[in-house]
Design a protein around this ligand. Structure first.
Ligand code: HEM
Length: 177
C-alpha cells in the first residue's frame, strides 16, 4: 500500500461527494474532476506532496469508513433494486385482491401470514427509504444542501424519517396500532 494513502482516514470520496464538494453537477464535470485535481496538485504541491488519489482495492474494503451520505446512497440503490425486483410479486397480489371474491379471500389469507408481513415490512422500508433518499438526491441535483455539513444533516434526516415511518408501519403490520 502506498504510504501517502491511508484507507479509512483519507479516502477519496465517492462520486456523489465529489459533486457535493466540488460543485460539479454534470456527469462530464465529475469525469473531469479527477484530472483537474491532479493538474492543481501538480502545480501547487511541488514542495508538499499530497495524498495520491485512486480507488481502493477489494481487500481494503473492510477498513473503508463509509461516510453517512455514502451509506444512504448505497441503501437507496439497494431499496430501488428491491422495489424493482418485487414488482411482479406486488402485481400478482394486486390481481389476486381484485380478480374475484375467492381470490380476495386467498389474498387476505396470504397477507396475514408472518412471511408476508415481514416481506411487506421490508418492502415498506424500501419504499420509504427510497422515497426520502430520492427526494434528497433531487434536492442535491438542484444544488440544495450540497456542502459537507448540510449533506451530512440531510442524510441523518433521511435515516431518521424513513426509520420512524418504518417503525410505525411495523406496529401497524404486526397489529399493535
Ligand atoms: C417513491 C418515489 C421515488 C422517488 C422520489 C425516486 C427517486 C429516485 C432518484 C432521484 C433516483 C436516482 C438516484 C441517483 O442519482 O443515483 C432513483 C433511482 C432508482 N430508482 Fe427511484 N424513486 C422513486 C420510486 C421508485 C420505485 C417505485 C422504484 C422501483 C419500482 C424505483 C427504482 C429505482 C432504481 C432501481 C433506481 C436506480 C438505483 C441506482 O442504481 O442507484 N424508484 N430513484
Amino acid at each position: 500500500m502506498n504510504d501517502d494513502f491511508i484507507v479509512g482516514e483519507r479516502c477519496f470520496p465517492p462520486a456523489r461527494e465529489l459533486r457535493q464538494n466540488s460543485g460539479a453537477t454534470s456527469r462530464s464535470d465529475r469525469r473531469t474532476y479527477g484530472s483537474e485535481r491532479n493538474m492543481t496538485n501538480s502545480n501547487s504541491t511541488r514542495h508538499t506532496p499530497r495524498s495520491q488519489i485512486r480507488n481502493i482495492r477489494f481487500d481494503q474494503l473492510g477498513n473503508y469508513r463509509l461516510p453517512l451520505p455514502g451509506i444512504v446512497s448505497i441503501l437507496h440503490r439497494i431499496s430501488g433494486l428491491l422495489l424493482f425486483l418485487c414488482l411482479p410479486l406486488l402485481l400478482w397480489l394486486f390481481e389476486l385482491s381484485l380478480a374475484s371474491e375467492r381470490s380476495f379471500e386467498r389474498f387476505v389469507q396470504i397477507s396475514q401470514s408472518w412471511v408476508a408481513r415481514i416481506a411487506l415490512l421490508a418492502l415498506g422500508w424500501a419504499l420509504l427509504h427510497h422515497l426520502c433518499a430520492g427526494v434528497r438526491f433531487l434536492l442535491l441535483d438542484l444544488h440544495l444542501g450540497v456542502d459537507r455539513v448540510a449533506a451530512l444533516k440531510s442524510s441523518m434526516a433521511v435515516l431518521a424519517v424513513s426509520g420512524s415511518l418504518t417503525l410505525l408501519l411495523a406496529l401497524y403490520v404486526f397489529g399493535v396500532l
